[in-house]
Design a protein around this ligand. Structure first.
Ligand code: SF4
Ligand code: SF4
Ligand code: SF4
Length: 244
């Protein structure tokens, strides 16, 4: 498949995921997870987070580049606002939110006497998430936050700073790499790199791809395996690989 066709399919699916966000909001919600945990219920969102952890062992953060509504929004805003982010300086912030949230989630399950039930559609009506005023307010707040962060702070800022799902995938990816599981990755040929910097400019996650390529391996936690760097490099220095 031509790389441009690949990117068109990816962006189309990603856009579709954003259109469907009023349906899927609760299946990705940290708040709904918490509400379920108080009653000892494993909600659809908790199941999705666990799925992200497991899938990331094999496919890294592909969810972020193919399926996430927040990623779709971030990418669209980045078309107008291309500012890159100092990734290393801001990435820790999401853990400062995620660790207490996870601690509270586990505490609520414990207080409820453990897991009482599994309910994928918990908090939805007929499978739909945004069905009333409170859900509409939550939806608007999430969309506005991700929109404004990308607009004001830079490319996919919400992904780097705020996202409660990213740590699940980062940890899954790390575990997969530590266990040497075969997984999707970027493979580089540093000797063919001419240091043009095009890959770095194209990366939606603000990674210094050129430096990573020259180091010989792109396994950065923030890489979402979107393939934009592959698409951009005229020297075919970066390709897909399935390796352990
Ligand atoms: S980091 Fe979070 S918000 Fe960004 S694309 Fe991934 S899952 Fe979505
Ligand atoms: S686009 Fe290709 S040649 Fe240019 S810096 Fe990146 S890897 Fe090297
Ligand atoms: S390094 Fe390449 S594949 Fe990874 S996020 Fe950046 S552009 Fe996408």
């Amino acid at each position: 498949m031509k790389i441009q066709t690949f990117q068109k399919i990816r962006v189309t699916i990603l856009t579709l995921s954003f259109i469907l966000f009023p349906v899927t909001l609760n299946y990705l919600s940290p708040v709904v997870s918490m509400m379920g945990a108080m009653a000892g219920i494993v909600t659809g969102s908790v199941m999705v987070f666990c799925g992200q952890f497991v899938i990331a062992m094999f496919l890294g953060r592909s969810f972020c580049s193919w399926l996430c509504p927040g990623g779709a929004l971030g990418d669209q805003v980045s078309q107008a606002r291309k500012k890159r982010l100092p990734v290393r300086r801001v990435a820790w912030i999401k853990y400062a939110v995620w660790i207490p949230w996870l601690g509270m989630l586990l505490y609520f399950f414990r207080r409820a006497g453990g897991v009482q039930a599994l309910r994928f559609g918990y908090g939805t009506q007929g499978g739909l998430s945004v069905t009333g005023a409170p859900a509409l307010v939550a939806y608007t707040l999430v969309v506005l936050t991700f929109f404004l962060m990308s607009l004001i702070v830079g490319r996919r800022a919400g992904c780097h700073i705020l996202c409660w799902m990213a740590p699940f995938m980062i940890l899954g990816r790390k575990l997969g790499l530590a266990l040497r599981m075969p997984s999707l990755r970027l493979v580089t040929r540093p000797e063919s790199c001419v240091s043009c910097g095009r890959c770095t400019s194209a990366c939606p996650m603000s990674l210094d791809v050129q430096t990573l390529v020259q180091a010989g391996r792109i396994t950065d936690n923030n890489c979402i395996l979107c393939g934009r760097c592959i698409d951009t490099c005229k020297r075919n220095t970066i390709t897909w690989g399935w390796r352990s």
